[in-house]
Design a protein around this ligand. Structure first.
Ligand code: BGC
Length: 963
């Protein structure tokens, strides 16, 4: 059995609080034997009393780990004074018990040494408690909810058929026109005359916060122009645990920090326009396979046969630390950025469905992160009525159990009944309504919000015959595109990563004989909307002929046009030479089966052969391969066999392994990702150098597909045929070691590392210096502050800043992305800490010869780990390694600092740099080579290891020795 321990300091606080709340130590002591007998499964224990104690403890939001292994129980929503007292008592009990940590080591005993003695330092400062910025809106929402009848309250929390993807019915007598919810993360999907932006994946590859924010603003303006109150995006679930994830492209990167920053910034951009963002899918939604239950009467909508046994959705089983440091991390950013709503996911998490999981919804999201908005379900992710509401679900979408119809519903009339028969307290229903209405008032949606575009309903799935309410419409076919095509093109180029560029093949100058090959080059032949077929069709390759600007499913967009690469290439080439040749074969089979050089391409070979390949992914299915689709590898081999100057461009919904990367005739490679409607123009900007590439990989390209086996999609024939209802279990056993964290930890060579990307110019980086920000000594724990949106506000305090200077050492202007990684200490009794983690990045534009100092702020959270014992973010006691560079394996400058002591590492609590060293300049043309000059092994858990990493690199951070 595992119980948690609390530190003497916390215990002291508990005792102080105990006295303050009127519970005597004696009362607490009387609870102790009860717990002890329960913990030892003593049949004489009063289990009824214990259960209610436990329930009250959880209601108080207190010490979940302490009793988590004793009695699994839902965490309901309310707090009460008695619960708070019990929480304190339990804290004492926990501290008074000999306990074991996660790895079965004894980590603490006894409370006796830590009595409630006065400690002056505890009272030296008055903690800041400011009213939440949500407070005024909350008041308005409360007043509004106070006016509602029970039926109207139920209407607010239950979706209904209407013109949008999700609809909340109007309450006319109070001037409320209802809510229109529309997909999705890269466009308003069900709309005419709207723009289709590059995917989140491209934003991640741009590493550009300004573009991320502006994209958020511009996308949201389109939602607003169409009368949609809530945009169902952005996405940080999936995070991208497995490269095969069918929806990874909707989100950003498997790195939680990179995703967290871009997620939060996108939300801020979106909500600055008055549109509500919906951060989705919460949480652990890392695979499409068995994301929903199959079989049984409730599964027909998902394609499951009604007469087959009911098999539950996959359960993502995630340990507490990994939850916090990986999957929950970006949602911290979302809540801190003020996100209005969060969509709970289809999958189960640790055995309990995402939309009725009280631990993740009440415990983590609403209590720990201080989320004050509402949780909406993913579409048909609700499997219960009032228990789901009690677990933290606030809004059921689309409302009915049968998708297209309002009734029957798990909410709707069932919530009315539940309130009337006492199963669901009216206070909870009021809470749900207030949570839904607060963002509405906070963003001013009660004042002159544009009405719903009258063309919306016809594009959507609900038959008008099923509508129960009159919605308010504005004009039809409002054109909301504005000049957004410019930023779409800009992000498309900024998110293109130049991986290989031999002998300055790129940028192209003025070739007059250009060959274009591959099925991604041409225009699309199946229409410009991928929201229908092959949406949910299990298709793993999409359509054959035509460029891939975006993925499929609810995360797609309805394009009003697309600029295909071939079209853009022709315009470009003929703009400088109207006598030039642009010869092409876009049928992959034709290229592979028939020799085309000679018969079809003459004179041959062309000066440059541009090969366009693609990789489809869409909602409802995971990828089955990490290679490019449509035999693209064979296309490259065939073209390169005849053309010594072959440049490969991929439009892929995620990572690809590139088995031809080292082919000498492949002189250039660009991972262009999903660039949206301006795809062709964006890639021409890179190819001909109108834009100097500055994209960096937001994931690792390993050498082999098998290299990713450490975090596979859970699937097997056995599982597909199982009759065991709970058979689908996905254990995240790799814990924190996903993507580069895995490859670094195990010292594995990769093809192109996380953060890598070339430029047409060269950059260098100077020493790194660390400065302590703020005054006073730093405590390991954040202190006991009132929770605000984003959790304990101290987590966001900037404690250090790290500066590096970056110079453009080449001949042309260009942007680069200095990246800051930290080697955080290995906590005792915890599983492995990654060798290094990203904790800062900035995109900087530099003219030739120009230098700039880049400063990365480090917050308390950035330098902490999640301590499962104290349930706190804690700063470790040993030195923190600082690694600044141009990729995760191109480290240019290193130093250390020690927040909790001034002895280790040299910089101490007062900051300052220690043992810093500038490493050799990175350049274009091939992956960079670095050496570890001036930086030796450290006694700490992370250390420098030589020459075992990137095939052409001298060094990278090696794993800590396994104990
Ligand atoms: C998707 C959500 C989407 C919803 C509405 C679901 O299938 O998982 O991301 O917002 O449908 O289209």
């Amino acid at each position: 059995m595992h119980l948690a321990v609390i530190s003497p300091a916390l215990l002291k606080k508990c005792r102080i609080a105990l006295h303050a709340t009127g519970i005597a130590d004696a009362d607490a002591a009387s609870l102790r034997p009860l717990f002890a007998s329960y913990a030892s499964a003593d049949p004489s224990a009063d289990h009824g009393t214990l259960a209610s104690v436990r329930r009250n403890l959880d209601r108080a939001g207190g010490l979940p780990v302490m009793v988590a292994d004793v009695l699994p129980m839902e965490v309901p929503y309310t707090t009460s004074p008695i619960a708070a007292k019990l929480r304190v008592a339990a804290a004492l009990l926990a501290a008074a018990t000999t306990v074991t940590g996660q790895n079965d080591s004894t980590v603490g005993t006894g409370a006796s040494a830590a009595g409630p003695t006065w400690n002056h330092a505890d009272y030296e400062t008055s903690p800041p408690v400011y009213p939440s910025r949500w407070e005024d809106a909350f008041k308005q929402a409360s007043d509004f909810v106070g006016e509602l009848t029970l039926e109207e309250k139920v209407r607010l929390v239950t979706g209904t058929p209407g013109p949008c993807v999700g609809n909340i019915g109007p309450i006319e007598r109070l001037g409320f026109n209802g809510l229109c919810l529309q997909d999705g993360p890269l466009a308003i999907r069900e709309a005419t005359f709207a723009s289709v932006f590059p995917a989140g994946l491209s934003v991640a590859a741009s590493w550009d916060k300004d573009l991320a924010r502006q994209r958020g603003v511009d996308m949201a303006l389109e939602f607003k122009g169409k009368g949609s109150h809530i945009a169902l995006g952005p996405v940080a679930g999936p995070l991208g645990r497995s490269g095969y994830g069918g929806r990874n492209w909707e989100g950003f990167s498997p790195d939680p920090y990179l995703t967290g920053e871009l997620f939060g910034i996108t939300i801020e951009g979106m909500e600055s326009t008055g549109v509500q963002a919906c951060a989705k899918h919460y949480i652990g939604n890392e695979q499409e396979t068995q994301r929903n239950p199959s079989g049984g009467p409730n599964s027909a909508i998902f394609g499951g046969p009604a007469d087959a046994p009911s098999i539950e959705a996959v359960s993502s089983n995630i340990d507490d630390r990994t939850m916090h440091e990986a999957y929950l991390w970006p949602f911290y950013n979302a809540v801190h950025s003020g996100v209005s709503s969060i969509m709970c996911s289809y999958n189960r998490i640790n055995g309990s469905y995402g939309c009725q999981n009280s631990k993740t919804l009440n415990g983590l999201l609403k209590e720990e992160l201080g989320f004050q908005g509402y949780v909406m379900s993913d579409w048909l992710a609700v499997h219960a009525g009032y228990p789901a509401a009690e677990a933290g679900l606030d809004m059921n979408m689309p409302g009915g159990i049968a998708f297209l119809e309002a009734a029957p519903s798990f909410f709707g009339g069932n919530i009315t009944t539940s309130v009337n028969n006492g199963s669901l307290p009216i206070e909870r229903l009021d809470d749900m309504c207030r949570r839904i209405m607060t963002p509405y008032f906070r963003l001013g949606q009660d004042k002159n919000y544009p009405p719903i575009d009258a063309s919306s309903g016809a594009l959507n799935f609900f038959p008008t015959a099923n509508y129960l309410y009159n919605f308010t419409y504005g004009p039809s076919n409002v054109d909301v595109r504005d000049d957004h095509k410019n930023i779409i093109r800009e992000i498309g180029a900024a998110g293109s990563v130049l991986l290989k560029n031999v002998n300055n093949t790129l940028p192209l100058k003025t070739p007059s004989n250009v060959g274009v090959f591959g099925n991604d080059a041409s225009d699309i032949s199946v229409g410009l909307y991928f929201g229908g077929v092959p949406f949910l069709s299990n298709s793993n390759t999409g359509y054959d002929q035509g460029v891939l600007p975006v993925g499929g499913g609810s995360g797609t967009g309805r394009m009003t046009y697309v600029v295909a690469p071939l079209e853009a290439i022709k315009s470009k080439v003929f703009s400088y030479n109207d006598k030039a040749l642009v010869q092409y074969v876009t049928n992959n089979s034709e290229i592979i089966v028939n020799g085309i050089f000679g018969p079809l391409i003459n004179p041959t070979p062309p000066e440059v052969c541009l090969v366009f390949l693609k990789t489809w992914a869409g909602e409802g299915a995971d990828r089955t391969s990490l290679q490019v689709d449509w035999d693209g590898n064979a296309v490259v081999e065939e073209v390169a066999a005849s053309c010594p100057n072959t440049v490969v461009v991929t439009n892929s919904a995620g990572l690809n392994t590139l088995p031809w990367a080292n082919n000498p005739n492949v002189t250039g490679i660009i991972a262009a990702h999903l660039q949206g409607q301006e795809v062709g123009n964006a890639i021409v900007d890179i190819l001909w150098g109108a834009v100097n590439p500055s994209g960096k990989l937001p994931y690792t390209i390993a050498l082999e597909e098998d290299d990713y086996a450490f975090a596979d999609i859970t699937n097997s024939t056995e599982l597909l045929e199982t009759t065991d209802q709970y058979a689908w279990q996905s254990d995240f056993e790799e814990r924190l070691l996903i993507d580069y964290r895995h490859f670094d930890f195990f010292n594995e060579s990769v093809q192109y590392e996380f953060g890598f990307g070339l430029s047409y110019t060269t950059f260098s980086m100077g020493d790194a210096s660390v400065t302590s920000v703020g005054s006073g000594s730093i405590t390991a724990a954040p202190g006991n502050n009132t929770i605000q949106p984003g959790g304990n506000p101290a987590l966001w305090d900037v404690l250090y800043s790290v500066s590096v200077s970056v110079s453009n050492t080449g001949d042309i202007a260009g942007a680069t992305v200095p990246q800051l990684y930290l080697g955080l200490p290995q906590p005792a009794n915890e599983d492995y800490t990654p060798v290094k983690v990203l904790r800062g990045f900035e995109k900087v534009m530099l003219q030739p010869g120009e230098s700039q100092t880049v400063t990365f702020d480090l917050t308390r959270r950035d330098i902490s780990y999640w301590d499962t014992f104290s349930q706190q973010w804690i700063i470790g006691s040993s030195a923190i390694g600082v690694l600044a560079g141009f990729s995760s394996r191109d480290i240019q400058a290193t130093t250390t600092f020690s927040p909790l002591s001034s002895s280790s590492g040299g910089s101490g609590g007062s900051g300052g740099s220690a043992s810093s060293s500038a490493l050799p300049t990175s350049g274009s043309g091939s992956p960079t080579t670095t050496t570890a000059s001036g930086y030796g092994d450290h006694a700490g858990p992370w250390h420098w290891s030589n020459n075992q990493g990137h095939k052409s690199q001298g060094s990278h951070w090696g794993p800590p020795a396994k104990q």
